[in-house]
Design a protein around this ligand. Sequence first.
Ligand code: MN
Ligand code: MN
Length: 159
Amino acid sequence: MTPSADRTDTVTNNSATFLMTNMIPQAPDNNQGPWADLEDYSRDLVNQGKELYIISGSYGSGGTGSNGGASSIASGRVTVPDRTWKVIVVLDSPGNASSVTTSTRVIAVNMPNEQGIRYDDWRSYRVSVDSIESATGYDLLSNVSSSIQSVIEARVDNQ
Ligand code: MN
Ligand code: MN
């Protein structure tokens, strides 16, 4: 979920990206296609001076990979998710939840965990944070005041 290349400040932080807690079975066309393109775009934003607060995950079961469809691997011990999602809060400068306003840019995507999407534009998978909350049951960005959440979570990024 968190790319190794984005955690290079210490050996400990880099090693953490190789733990199973940071991994999901992800279709190559998802992981190496629009998912990777969004990671590249995120690095561009950081290089422009933005600070990103990123949350990602998956839900459902049943994806497709190089070997076809599966709902689990490792003798049923690891679920193959149906969807992968990511929420990126774009801060203009280093800050915290209290620096988020109704004009803060939030990029949310929800992608199918399947083959055949490798050349899709990540932008075509943009959704609202509210729709990810509905699908997962999470209350994302919960440290942001509810009046601001209600605005930024309903908006779909179009930049
Ligand atoms: Mn909400
Ligand atoms: Mn929320």
